[in-house]
Design a protein around this ligand. Structure first.
Ligand code: SF4
Ligand code: SF4
Length: 509
């Protein structure tokens, strides 16, 4: 069976996965995902608006994001539901639909169509996380439907496609704002917090992914059971939220970013819960200790429904746990917009006095490619009179290094998860007001790494805000053709990364 997918940065040969996904996605799953997306386009065009349909569309989009769901049975279920909502009949023989669109429309048009589809997939992930915590906005659902209906008609006008993509970025700012208010409304505004990064003797559960509610529910259910709960990957920022850090058994952070999970999970002496992406093929030596929740899934891995984490707890209690304490080591998290803006006077004074000369936002999604060492090297090389803001799992490349302080401020400020790009934007906007300029006029450089579709939609948001000179790597998306890149460079001065030395020299001019 053939397939075609080029939605993420690790796509085969930098051009497209055609035999099997580099991520582990089987052709059967890739084609089920393509067919599901065709069905939801039809639903968006033909089925009257309702909350149930909006939720279904959102979940379908999120399920097809890279490293979320690899289980063909769950996609068959989603497809069956799509057929019943849309009263459609699906062409079972459809294969490699994106390739067919490339042949029909050409690479530029197909690339822009896919850019929009990936943008709304990333947005759907954030919509879902906000909804789980009770925040929704009908105008956002309307936009998803509008985009899907637009794509269903096979749009070919490049300007119209560009307009939709930028609008997608604009609407995503609203979605990230919703998620920010959901997270902070339920768990409080993150506060600067010291997080232990070495284990403590005793039974253990590791929680990875982005879903704070799953972590909260698990913490509640493990209270008084003698189990320490550790965060992994994008769950690290959870330690900064008051309502989560109140749990004394939220013991620390273990391991690094998602791409290290096979090595790290294999030696974790407890059970492991993946709440969202990015999941990798589990090896046999930890498959039985691994659990999934929410939209994430892997065939043969126990999936937790309805937030009842009893099986995860049982597995942790029957595992060995850590037999001794590791040496005490800590890092700092919790520098969301509320925390940073509460010391805005100090930051502004440090810039005015010349003690702080530049800000670098270094972060984004991370992946396994060796070229990603650029980000570590870049962070290490920025001058000592500058502050590094970071977010998303790209920070694991340097967040355990000691950057010290400047003008009494920590030089490394961890803003949070990828969706906390919203916080970074709020900080930049507040600074630009204080200095009577726009964001492009600030001594601020954005050095971003991308991997999957959430990074795509965040990039669209930054472009929709008119932010220029973003440095993007480690490689450019396969769906961005040379002609599209030329347009992005002309309009937004996007720059592919080169080397840390060259890029720093260009920035400091
Ligand atoms: S998600 Fe990425 S690695 Fe997986 S099949 Fe698609 S392009 Fe390939
Ligand atoms: S930030 Fe992106 S790459 Fe990192 S774990 Fe989340 S979805 Fe995956």
């Amino acid at each position: 069976m053939g397939m075609f997918c080029y939605q993420c940065e690790q796509t085969a040969n930098g051009s497209g996965c055609a035999a099997h996904g580099v991520c582990g996605k089987a052709p059967e799953v890739a084609n089920l995902q393509d067919r599901l997306l065709e069905e939801i386009k039809r639903i968006a065009k033909n089925v009257p608006q309702s909350k149930e349909v909006s939720h279904f569309i959102t979940e379908s989009l999120f399920s097809t994001v890279t490293n979320v769901d690899f289980d063909p049975e769950r996609f068959k279920g989603l497809l069956a539901k799509a057929m019943s909502i849309g009263k459609g009949s699906c062409d079972q023989a459809t294969e490699a639909l994106i390739k067919k669109r490339k042949e029909k429309f050409g690479d530029d048009v197909a690339g822009l169509q896919e850019l929009l589809m990936y943008g709304i997939k990333g947005m759907a992930a954030y919509i879902h996380h906000a909804r789980v915590l009770g925040k929704e906005d009908q105008s956002v659902y309307n936009f998803l439907r509008d985009c899907l209906s637009f794509l269903a008609d096979g749009p070919e006008d490049i300007n119209e496609l560009l307009k939709y993509n930028i609008k997608c970025g604009e609407v995503n700012l609203r979605v990230m704002e919703l998620l920010d208010s959901a997270n902070t409304g339920v768990y409080g505004h993150p506060v600067p917090t010291k997080v232990r990064i070495t284990p403590i003797r005793g039974k253990a559960i590791l929680v990875s992914g982005h879903d704070l509610k799953d972590l909260y529910d698990l913490l509640k259910q493990t209270e008084g059971k003698g189990i320490n709960v550790y965060t992994h990957g994008e769950m690290l920022p959870a330690h900064g939220y008051p309502e989560l850090k109140n749990f004394k058994h939220l013991a620390g952070n273990y391991g690094g970013a998602w791409q290290d999970q096979q090595k790290e999970f294999a030696v974790f002496p407890g059970s492991i819960l993946m709440t969202t992406n990015c999941i990798q093929r589990p090896s046999e030596n930890y498959k039985n200790s691994l659990f999934t929740s929410g939209l994430v899934g892997w065939p043969g891995v126990c999936h937790i429904d309805n937030s009842n984490f009893a099986p995860v707890i049982e597995a942790a209690l029957s595992a060995d746990g850590f037999n001794q304490d590791g040496p005490e080591k800590y890092i700092n998290v919790g520098f969301g917009h509320n925390a940073v803006l509460s010391i805005a006077d100090k930051v502004i004074e440090a810039v005015k006095s010349g003690a702080v000369k530049h800000f670098y936002l270094i972060g984004g999604c991370d992946g396994a490619r060796s070229g990603r060492n650029y980000y570590t090297e870049f962070a290490e090389k920025v001058p000592k009179d500058s502050i590094i803001l970071t977010l998303a799992c790209g920070k694991y490349r340097f967040n355990k290094l000691d950057f010290g302080t400047v003008a009494g401020l920590p030089r490394l400020l961890d803003i949070g998860q990828c969706n906390d790009a919203y916080s970074a934007i709020q900080i930049a906007v507040a600074l630009s007001k204080a200095f009577n300029t726009d964001v492009n006029g600030l001594p601020l450089s954005l050095i971003l790494s991308w991997y999957e579709q959430k990074a795509v939609v965040i990039l669209l948001t930054l472009l929709s805000l008119g932010i220029k000179n973003i440095r993007l790597g480690p490689t450019l998306p396969a769906f961005i053709t040379p002609a599209l890149l030329k347009t992005l460079v002309e309009k937004f001065a996007i720059k592919p990364i080169t080397t840390a030395d060259e890029d720093l020299a260009a920035i400091l001019g």
